[in-house]
Design a binder for this molecule. Structure first.
Ligand SMILES: *Cc1c(COP(=O)(O)O)cnc(C)c1O
Ligand SMILES: [Zn+2]
Length: 419
């Protein structure tokens, strides 16, 4: 049986394991020592996952934030700002309008640099220290570069980021720049940037911290752990469904791994696992295509376009991990138009929750699935909002109302308000 099956047995340590931790290929099952040398993929070319011979249960967690869950991570502590412990908003008006049993919004835009990427970087940059690498690098639609720049700065490591020229929201470039990353603006889209940075990494020029790096996904597992704990506390049960925007599908893969490990540890029943529901923009939807057509792989989309620049990705590298996650949990994937993304961004803002466009795709996708009758009115749903409103001030300003010019005196202002 595939190690990615929800019914896979808990693994036991191979000779390559160090202190009960190893890297394992999701295809051929080959095992590698975790920190002996820099490695992102298996010799066979497939993706790797971090494995543990001792999987924790709920009693093993204490403290707050990502490192509350150190028992589920390869280290006791990371390079921390600190991250995690994000808001779990109630959104009563949206809950009524969407018409589900309950709706919560997990706002990952409230992490230190304003996106969930921080959860990955606190573990990923700690791993870089363990390996003793000199330079960190990533390709990015923006948020990965902002997070890497900040965590690299914290660790005192040199950071290189490759961005698609003209396609990264202003707030994200500003962050990478001020935190001291060297920024290369590539004449190409995100997928081209990732191709190049993977080449650089394989030549030993830099340590790659895209979500291809299996250690990053370990940190991102903690989104799932936080949601499950908070939901159980508030409703006495786990959510039926988690809806999230999908770009490279790292988060989808990380959440699925979180659930799988809990099932293997006996901390959650198989039938309690939330349905993973991925949302993509219609102009960049290779995962939706693969789910709809029943394919085990995604087709690379060379032309991608959407207002949701964080998920403007045509070749999702984590698809081999994420597609089984969507299928095994009984979830689905759906594509949404940019105008419904913008409307969802406005409506979340109307509940006081400020998110960037990609994040709003989760609500837009939930609405579409409710319209199609694919999400029941008896479901408890959590939408993941991945990045903060201020990441993309231009999109926010365009979605909001225009400022009104008035004269510089009270009488003039009153006259304007009365008119
Ligand atoms: C990175 C990112 C995504 C996509 O996440 P994946 O793990 O690549 O699917 C979605 N939204 C925002 C705001 C992001 O920064
Ligand atoms: Zn392999």
């Amino acid at each position: 049986m595939s190690s990615l099956s929800l019914s896979a047995e808990a693994p036991s340590a191979p000779p390559a394991a160090v202190d009960g931790v190893w890297l394992e290929c999701i295809d051929c099952g080959d095992a590698y020592a975790p920190f002996e040398s820099v490695r992102y993929t298996c010799d066979c070319g497939a993706l790797l996952e971090v494995r543990y011979d001792d999987l924790p249960t709920w009693d093993d967690f204490e403290g707050r934030g990502v490192w509350r869950y150190s028992a589920a991570l390869p280290f006791e502590e990371g390079v921390s700002l600190p991250e995690g412990d994000t808001q779990f908003h109630r959104v009563p008006r949206l809950e009524d309008e969407v018409g589900v049993e309950s709706l919560r919004v997990k706002h990952e835009g409230m992490n230190p640099t304003g996106s969930f990427k921080d959860r990955g970087m606190t573990v990923g940059v700690r791993t870089a220290q363990e390996l003793g690498v000199g330079r960190l690098a990533c390709a990015s639609t923006g948020n990965t570069s902002a997070a890497l720049a900040a965590y690299g700065a914290r660790a005192g490591l040199e950071t290189l980021v490759l961005l698609p020229a003209g396609k990264v929201a202003a707030g994200k470039v500003a962050q990478a720049s001020l935190h001291g990353a060297r920024i290369l603006e590539v004449d190409g889209n995100f997928d081209t940037c990732l191709d190049i940075v993977q080449d650089l990494a394989s030549r030993g020029e830099a340590y790659l911290l895209n979500s291809l790096n299996p250690f990053r996904l370990e940190g991102q597992k903690t989104i799932g752990l936080e949601i499950l704990e908070a939901h159980r506390e508030d409703y006495g049960e786990y959510p039926d469904r988690i809806v999230l925007p999908v770009g490279n599908a790292g988060n989808t893969a990380a959440l699925y791994k979180c659930f799988r490990e809990l099932v293997q540890a006996g901390a959650m029943d198989r039938d309690e696992v939330p349905k993973l529901t991925g949302v993509q923009a219609a102009g960049a939807a290779p995962m939706v295509e693969a789910i709809e057509e029943g394919n085990d792989e995604t087709r690379r989309w060379d032309e991608v376009e959407t207002i949701a620049t964080a998920i403007r990705i045509g070749n999702p590298v984590n698809a081999p991990k994420a597609l089984p996650g969507i299928r095994e949990t009984g979830g689905t994937a759906v594509a949404v138009d940019d105008d419904t993304i913008t409307q969802a961004q406005r409506d979340l803002a109307g509940e006081g929750v400020g998110v960037e466009p990609a994040s709003a795709a989760s609500l837009a996708g939930l609405r579409k699935l409710r319209e199609r009758g694919e999400v029941g009115d008896d479901e408890r749903v959590v939408c993941l909002t991945t990045g903060h409103l201020l990441k993309d001030p231009d999109a926010a300003a365009a979605a909001g109302a225009d400022p009104e010019p008035v004269p510089g005196d009270t009488a003039g202002v009153l006259e304007h308000l009365g008119s």
